[in-house]
Design a protein. Structure first.
Length: 228
């Protein structure tokens, strides 16, 4: 990490295992605290004296935070059960987080991914450490939160490239007032919220099936008022 004030590089150095991680645009806690939150997999190897196909790795997947002052990684705020896989396999089929956000004034975390081999969107209660599956689907894609983090748009991928899009309101640990906006349409859907959350836009991107113009994309922007 580069300190822009001093121009010096800060590094995290720990010889106990290795890390795989990713950051996204929403990895910052809602309260100022010099913390950088990220999805990490702390990997500890065992059986290194054996043949490559027999080597094992212990995976500790969760949401960790890095103290940007001390460059220490804190105890994870969300930690999945440890799983052991051979080096040629990934734990993603059991546990995986593709996207996460803090909601309810930092009391909960909403995330999409896989938990105990079930895919969907989940809400995690930081105090009780309970994980609730609020959208169950083996074909869930990413979600988009409103700026006030009280509403959510999400898509479910169906058969033959069909997509369905839903709008829901977040009420503590549940999603309420679910509304289907698109039902199994042949469109590539993406969405954006207005700054004041009074409306959102959906890009209805359609791919031509005509051989003469194969691969061309047709964009149509549709506006939804939140009162609808």
């Amino acid at each position: 990490m580069l300190d822009l004030d001093t121009g010096k590089l800060k590094t995290y150095d720990n010889n106990h295992g290795t890390w795989t991680y990713f950051l996204d645009n929403n990895c910052t806690h809602p309260f100022p605290n010099n913390k950088l939150y990220f999805v990490g997999d702390h990997i500890i190897y065992k059986g290194l004296e054996k043949e490559i196909d027999e080597k094992l790795a212990r995976h500790n997947i969760g949401i960790y935070s890095l103290d940007t002052e001390t460059m220490n990684i804190d105890e994870p705020i969300l930690l999945f059960p440890e799983v052991i896989y051979t080096l040629n396999k990934s734990p993603n089929e059991s546990y995986y987080i593709s996207q996460f956000d803090f909601i309810n004034d930092g009391k909960n975390i909403i995330f999409s991914g896989t938990y105990e081999k079930h895919r969907g969107i989940f809400i995690y209660d930081i105090d009780t450490k309970e994980i609730i599956n609020v959208v169950f689907s083996s074909n869930i894609s990413s979600y988009t939160l409103s700026n006030d983090k009280t509403k959510i748009l999400y898509c479910i991928n169906g058969n033959h490239g069909n997509k369905s899009m839903y709008l829901a309101h977040i009420d503590k640990n549940t999603l309420v007032s679910k509304k289907c906006l698109y039902n199994e349409v042949q469109l590539n859907l993406s969405s954006w919220w207005s700054p004041d959350d009074t409306f959102f836009l959906v890009n209805e991107k359609e791919y031509s099936s005509s051989p003469e113009i194969d691969g061309c994309r047709f964009d149509k922007i549709r506006k939804f008022n939140i009162a609808e």
